[in-house]
Design a protein around this ligand. Sequence first.
Ligand SMILES: Nc1ncnc2c1ncn2[C@@H]1O[C@H](COP(=O)(O)OP(=O)(O)OP(=O)(O)O)[C@@H](O)[C@H]1O
Ligand SMILES: [Mg+2]
Length: 311
Amino acid sequence: MFDVVCIGAATEDIFFFSDKFEVSDKKLLLPWKEKFTAGGLERRLGGGAFNASVAFSRLGLKSAFFGRVGTDPAGRAIKEFLEKEHVSTKFLVSASEIKTSTSMLLSSGGERTIVMYRGENDNLLEAKPDWDRVLNCRWIFLTDLAGTNNDLLFEIAKRTEQKGVKLAYVPGQKELQLGKDKLKPVLATAEILVLNSYEAETILGEQKEVERLLVEFKKFGVEFPVITVGQDGAYAYDGKKFYHQESIPKVTVVDRTGAGDAFSSTFSAGIILGKTISESLLLAAKNASSVITKIGGTDGLLTLQALKDFG
Ligand SMILES: Nc1ncnc2c1ncn2[C@@H]1O[C@H](COP(=O)(O)OP(=O)(O)OP(=O)(O)O)[C@@H](O)[C@H]1O
Ligand SMILES: [Mg+2]
């Protein structure tokens, strides 16, 4: 039985680095019809569920990845990487008719703009999952399904609830737009919900201080709502007490990619391992901090022992 099955995206991430990217009014400006020469290039594998499944495995949990890739070189590399990381690929669907999701990250000074292709890769219902096999686990870690088909989201919430499998949910961009009322069945099922403050406000449709937002999510039935605020750290609430964890500052932010994934998966791992909310928040902040000192979403993911010694 798996401790946790991670559902969502696996991608190939191609990083173009430049200190000459021009940003104006929060927009990246590139000359149309012309060439722009980047100063550096890196390739990594990523995607929310992919990063999380690797994080869980390094933290000593038995994890599996459930998502779709193509049979192209990137799809094969994803499978090999997961196997090397002792993440089960039992539920990895390789389909010849799709192209593996790919992101182009235009990166400068640790921040980046992402151009991504997700296609139909996240429509896992098309793969006709054997839910009894998938849900033979303690936890489901559900990430951005790219909203190609919200049926899957509600199907997973319903089935985890019926089976008594715990759900950790990290909604994607399009799912946020559904809003609190449509997302109600998922929120009511979720044991853990991790969002950044912008995402929390988008779902609830109002701007409030973080603690008020946490209370709202608790009312919707989330057991442990968590809201991250970048460098300002993260907040959690258990219905009785509010928790705040400072971010762990690192002098060199190399690439912010995967900070959110590292945080949400490591917090969940802490709870799965029976640690307290405070302990889980600290582990999450450390792993997120480590990830941003390296390129991509997995290079900096640490083991429990390494986290103990970190920072
Ligand atoms: N500059 C930073 N320095 C140290 N820690 C950081 C920094 N940025 C983010 N973190 C850590 O990562 C956590 C999550 O970051 P953030 O709130 O930006 O999530 P996010 O918006 O979901 O990120 P992502 O873009 O990866 O999805 C923070 O709570 C913090 O612990
Ligand atoms: Mg995020």
